[in-house]
Design a protein around this ligand. Structure first.
Ligand code: AMP
Ligand code: FES
Ligand code: ZN
Length: 319
């Protein structure tokens, strides 16, 4: 059986063409045949893209991790006729980073698509495991911040105004639940599938898969022959974001359509931000920052401080 495709009785009919259905879509109260599924998937992405203020001829830089979401996003945008280039950031995580880059290289190589790789260590001087070792705290939120900052800086360096990320409906709904449960209302404004640029050194961010669930993306990958990295980051085990997604999935299985309703109701009531928080330029590196120092330079100074010997450690011994 194709991964992501569950068996349906032979009599099951495709909701669109009435041919034989093989793909159940409980959250849409429908079953599809493979061709109609692909057209459903592409329509969902086209619908999303139409809502974003991006001309169809605009070149898009696609941030690719090697996982299903970003490779599917790249594939579908390419199939829909967008001019795309991949960007992969090597995080330096033993085993996982090689496997991630191999997955991107294989995907791009098979389709003749251009891409570029940058290494976190080459850009900021530290890999993720080294930051983890020095900071001795959960690494996921720091890693997320660094990925966001680097994606922005590298996309500008590569000459792009728009960067695509692979966040899907499950990611967005899980994040929304997390922000609501923790009353982090200050993040709700940023919870949009399109984040406009609010500074000359900020690229706009697009999430073309925000209307699609993880299982639909798996099915798409299976039908399109996209081989992606299944392995998840060994440092992200136990991340709280996973628990919020699992909680929503629990509800989804009992009440199909819950994730979709939860996210889309929120998005339909969202009001545009009247006056976005103003940026300053970081005193150290000149990049946009909310305070005097940007979050990357802040982290770097903490990491460098960990280089200094602690009192009583190293250095000349007292007489
Ligand atoms: P994550 O935060 O790992 O769930 O990833 C969310 C999105 O960020 C992915 O779908 C990619 O678009 C992008 N992304 C994650 N990791 C990388 C990476 N190492 N290099 C480039 N883009 C990435
Ligand atoms: Fe960032 Fe694993 S990918 S901590
Ligand atoms: Zn800075």
């Amino acid at each position: 059986m194709t991964p992501g495709v569950t068996s349906l009785p032979e009599t099951a009919k495709c909701k669109r063409c009435r041919g034989r259905a093989t793909i159940p879509m409980p959250s849409h109260n429908a079953n599809f045949c493979p061709d109609c599924f692909i057209s459903f998937f592409e329509t969902a992405v086209k619908r999303g893209m139409k809502r974003f203020p991006v001309a169809p001829s605009t070149p898009l830089l696609v941030a690719v991790s090697g996982g299903k979401d970003s490779l599917a996003a790249w594939n579908v945008l390419h199939d829909l006729g967008f001019t795309t280039r991949g960007l992969h950031i090597r995080l330096g995580i033993e085993g996982f980073s090689d496997a991630s880059a191999d997955s991107v290289a294989a995907f791009a190589g098979e389709r003749g698509l251009p891409w570029v790789e940058h290494s976190l260590e080459a850009v900021i001087g530290f890999s993720i495991p080294e930051i983890h070792r020095r900071m001795r705290r959960k690494i996921c939120s720091l890693c997320g911040m660094l990925k966001r900052q680097l994606l922005n800086r590298l996309s500008i360096q590569e000459g792009y105004e728009y960067v695509v990320v692979g966040h899907n409906l499950d990611d967005e709904a899980g994040r929304l639940l997390g922000n609501i449960v923790r009353n982090r209302t200050q993040y709700l404004d940023k919870q949009t599938p399109f984040l406009a640029s609010t500074h000359p050194r900020l690229t706009a961010k697009l999430k073309p898969l925000y209307r699609l669930e993880g299982r639909e993306i798996r099915t798409y990958c299976a039908l399109k022959g996209i081989r992606f990295l299944e392995e998840t980051c060994p440092l992200s085990r136990g991340a709280t974001s996973h628990s919020f997604k699992e909680a929503l999935q629990f509800l989804e299985e009992r009440m199909p359509g819950t994730k979709r309703d939860f996210l889309f109701t929120f998005l339909s009531r969202q009001k545009p931000v009247a006056s976005p928080r103003p940026f300053q330029n970081c005193k150290h590196c000149g990049e946009p920052a909310f305070g005097e120092i940007c979050s990357v330079c802040n982290l770097l100074s903490l990491l460098q401080a960990k280089d200094q010997p602690h009192p009583g450690e190293g250095g000349p011994s007292p007489p």
